[in-house]
Design a protein around this ligand. Sequence first.
Ligand code: CDP
Length: 207
Amino acid sequence: MIIAVDGPAAAGKGTIARALARHFGFHFLDTGSLYRMVGLAAIRAGGEPITAEAAIAAAKSLDPSRFTDSELRNEKVGDAASIAAVIPEVRAALLDLQRDFARKPPGAVLDGRDIGTVVCPDADAKLFITARAEVRARRRQMELGSADYEAVLADIRARDERDSKRATAPLVAAADAVVLDTSEMDIAAAVEAAIAAVVAVELKGRI
Ligand code: CDP
C-alpha cells in the first residue's frame, strides 16, 4: 500500500506523514530531504547561488550518508532545494529512488510535492495537506526559533510561488486527493483527520 502526502512548505505534511507511517506500520520517506541534499551538495560544490550543473551532478551521484538532518533543516538549504527542484534533470534523477522506496512491503508513506501526481500516481491513498500562508509562517518561525516573522512569511510565499509555477511537476493537489486544511487544527487533530481519511479511502476501495 502506498500513501502519498503532498502540500506546501510548513503545512504539517511531514508530521502527518510520519504519524501515518507509525500508525499503519509502514516505511516513511521525506522526499523533500532528497531535494535538500541536492541543494546542499550543490552549495558545497559551487557556492551560492547554486548552478544547474552543480545541482544535476549532485542529483545523479546522491549519497544520503553524507548529510545530517540538522544541516538540511535550514532555510538556506530549503531555498537551494526549491531552486534545484525546478530542474527537470534533477527531478528525473530522483524518480527511481522514490519509486523503489514506495514499493517496499508492507507499505510506504511518502511526503513531498508531486507524490500523488508524478511519483506515485497510482497511490492507494492521496492526501493534500495545506494551511494559510500566515499560519505556516508562524509554525516555521517557531520551528526555526527565528525572530523575524515577516522574513519567514516572505520566504514561504516565494517558495509557494516557485513550487506552484514551475513547468515540471508543479505543486498541485491530485484530482483524487483528499484535501486537508490544517489552519485551525493542532497536530493531534490533523493526524486524526489524516488517519480517518486514509481509512475512508481504503474502505471505499473494498466496496
Ligand atoms: O519542509 P518544507 O516543506 O519547507 O520543505 P521540504 O519538503 O523539505 O522540500 C524542500 C523543497 O524541495 C520544496 O520547496 C520543493 O521545491 C522541493 N520538493 C519537490 O519539488 N518535490 C518533492 N517531492 C519534495 C520537495
